[in-house]
Ligand binder design. Structure first.
Ligand code: ADE
Length: 263
């Protein structure tokens, strides 16, 4: 799978293609990453790529011509590619979208906007999909392109050392991941949960599913509210409820929180 980023700052991508899982995937030939400088397609000695917006207002807009030329060349190189614009106006990026993109295994041309935006006409002509990585405004699409490339790459067959690890990811089953521990078993007086040291795979898996549910309940209850729970998940959540009730029953006084805003 090839990723071609169109950017005014190609040097931002240089370490990105070389380091970590993305770097290893490139070495193994699972992906190929390239960043192309939009400015190299600009005309004139000064290689200007932006201009003031029609209708006035602050900021600058990326001109259509250099980007159009860059996109024509990119699309000639990768004729089957999906052309993506990174913009806060795009569809919100998610694990599900990463899975769809990785599953399609189509090459991707990623247009990284700078300034206040990109001339709409070049977007209309070339862009298949607009992606936002969240409701905040970056100074450019480059970090967003790296987020998308990273999340897609790690899902490609062979990119991760351990096949299981992509399947048990946070979000891959609409749940957050359980807590993780490594050696030492006792770290500054804090012990690792005993079941994880037991070697009993059935109990370890049950602990993990139970703690994935509890972590999701505490940190992202919205993910559970919108979910149809399986029978085992219901049982595991019931166990947490019993545990909470046991703790509350042991309290001398029980009742609603009398403080303002309390339950
Ligand atoms: N460019 C600027 N902000 C962005 C965002 N939130 N997502 C994607 N691209 C962007």
């Amino acid at each position: 799978m090839e990723f071609l980023a169109l950017t005014l700052f190609p040097e931002l991508f240089r370490p990105f293609w070389e380091i970590g899982i993305v770097g290893r995937a490139a070495e193994k030939g699972i992906i190929r990453g390239r960043a192309v400088d939009i400015r190299s397609f600009a005309a004139g000695r000064h290689k200007v790529v932006d201009d003031r917006p029609y209708g006035g207002g602050c900021g600058m807009v990326m001109q259509p011509d250099p980007l159009d030329k860059a996109l024509n060349e990119a699309r000639a190189r990768l004729p089957q590619a999906l052309t993506v614009l990174l913009t806060p106006q795009g569809k919100r990026f998610s694990q599900q979208m990463a899975e769809t993109l990785a599953g399609a295994a189509k090459d991707m041309i990623l247009v990284c906007g700078r300034y206040e935006g990109v001339d709409q006409r070049v977007i209309d002509r070339h862009v298949d999909l607009e992606i936002s990585i969240g409701d905040y405004v970056l100074t450019g699409g480059e970090p967003a392109a790296m987020v998308v490339i990273d999340a897609v790459t790690r899902l490609l067959p062979g990119a991760l050392g351990n096949k299981a690890s992509a399947a048990s990811d946070s979000f891959s089953q609409d749940l957050l991941e359980h807590a993780q521990y490594t050696r030492p078993a006792d770290w500054q007086g804090e012990a690792v949960p005993e079941v994880l040291l037991s070697g009993h795979h059935g109990q370890i898996e049950k602990w993990r599913r139970s703690h994935a549910l509890a972590t999701t309940l505490l940190k992202r209850p919205d993910l559970l509210r919108g979910r149809k729970l399986g029978p085992e998940e219901i049982r595991l959540l019931e166990n947490w409820r019993i545990e909470i009730e046991r703790i509350l029953d042991a309290q001398p006084v029980r009742g609603p929180d009398p403080s303002p805003g309390g339950g």
